[in-house]
Design a protein around this ligand. Structure first.
Ligand code: TXA
Ligand code: MG
Length: 339
């Protein structure tokens, strides 16, 4: 028997790629693999199609979307690239880097993608299936991570089906996402380059190309200061499993599930998943969301997470874990929007 939760999942072969393009061109949603996480794609120039993304995710409408392109030249027709943007695009595209740039006045990308801002987030993804879809369709695809708002990002087609199921007519299965963490988001709309979200490219690597970054801005700080949120998606509680998450665990109880790291995992947990027994941060990033999905079972009291070094991709991993452990106020707001 086919489980209802895996309906609409199809291997990304020629036939399903053709079907995906037909669906996208008629304003429907298609979930597709990128090298970071799976995206929930819509034709970015079709406002009604983009609106379906917000509806399917239950995403607050103030949260803008990343628009994906086959190559940098297509992105440059919609936004203004400066020297910093050109150097970063040359260094890391296709790849896990998103640039927030000023929109061109003549851009036909739906203003919903910018959620009222005069900037647009653009990215050229590296996954061969995502690339094929963009190239063969000729479309720009608005695509947030293909999970219900506030929940863990999907690194497999199965995660997408679990989270969004029947709300997506087609989920292209291209295997597990290699990077496993969302793209790094860099805001270049002012003279000070700002890291809005640590992600698949280490901060140090970005700084080696354009010099020091400011940020990331904490959402609590912004709200306290009464500033507008620069990256509204950075609400404190995001990437939330159902279970509470306990950070920097130095011991674990028999009722807890353990997210371990390194050669000496804590003993005594009900279930342990080691992100990287050898202590490799790239391997740990690739496994993070998969592990959180697997540990998030109702028979446990909590997920205990061992400390992760805060350099390189460790910074992005710790950012996601901190959000997973944050009080669930923002996530509750999201589910209200969902209903
Ligand atoms: O790896 C990724 O980036 C994945 C794959 C599918 O490409 N996409 C993704 O999208 O993570 P999403 O929508 O879940 O996260 C986009 C982030 C949010 O934090 C959003 O607030 C921020 O980028 N963002 C998008 N457009 C922005 C803009 N114009 N200004 C500031 N922040 C923006
Ligand atoms: Mg997301």
């Amino acid at each position: 028997m086919i489980e209802p939760t895996i309906q609409h999942v199809h291997p990304a072969d020629e036939a399903s790629l053709a079907q995906a393009i037909t669906l996208l061109k008629s304003g429907e949603l298609v979930a597709f693999p990128t090298e970071t996480v799976y995206g929930l794609g819509a034709d970015a120039r079709n406002g009604q199609a983009v609106a379906k993304i917000f509806a399917a995710k239950g995403r607050p409408s103030f949260n803008p979307l990343i628009v994906h392109f086959a190559e940098a030249e297509s992105a440059a027709r919609e936004v203004f690239f400066d020297g910093r943007a050109e150097r970063l695009a040359a260094a890391y595209w296709p790849g896990p880097l998103t640039l927030v740039l000023p929109r061109r006045g003549a851009s036909a990308i739906s203003p919903l993608c910018s959620a009222g801002l005069d900037s647009l987030a653009v990215r050229v993804p590296g996954h061969p299936i995502g690339q094929r879809l963009l190239r063969d369709s000729g479309l720009a695809l608005a695509a947030p991570s293909a999970n219900a708002s506030g929940r863990i990002s999907p690194t497999s087609a199965y995660h997408v089906a679990q989270s969004l199921g029947s709300r997506v007519p087609l989920i292209l299965d291209g295997g597990p996402a290699q990077v496993g963490l969302e793209s790094s988001v860099v805001d270049l709309t002012s003279s000070k380059a700002r890291l809005l979200r640590p992600g698949g490219i280490a901060v140090e690597s970005i700084e080696s190309v354009i010099g020091p970054l400011v940020g990331p801005q904490s959402s609590e700080g912004a709200l306290e200061n009464g500033e507008a949120l620069l990256a509204p998606g950075l609400m404190a509680s995001h990437y939330a499993p159902d279970l509470p998450v306990r950070l920097r665990a130095t011991s674990v109880s028999a009722t807890e599930a353990l997210l371990a790291f390194g050669p000496e995992p804590l003993a005594g947990a009900a279930l342990t998943i080691n992100l990287s027994p050898s202590g490799n941060l790239t391997e740990a990033a690739a496994r993070l969301f998969e592990a959180l999905y697997a540990l998030d079972q109702h028979d446990f009291a909590a997920i205990a997470a061992m400390p992760i070094p805060d350099h390189g991709l460790g910074q992005a991993i710790n950012d996601r874990l901190t959000r997973a452990a944050a009080p669930r106020i923002a996530a509750q707001t999201d589910s209200e929007v969902l209903e």
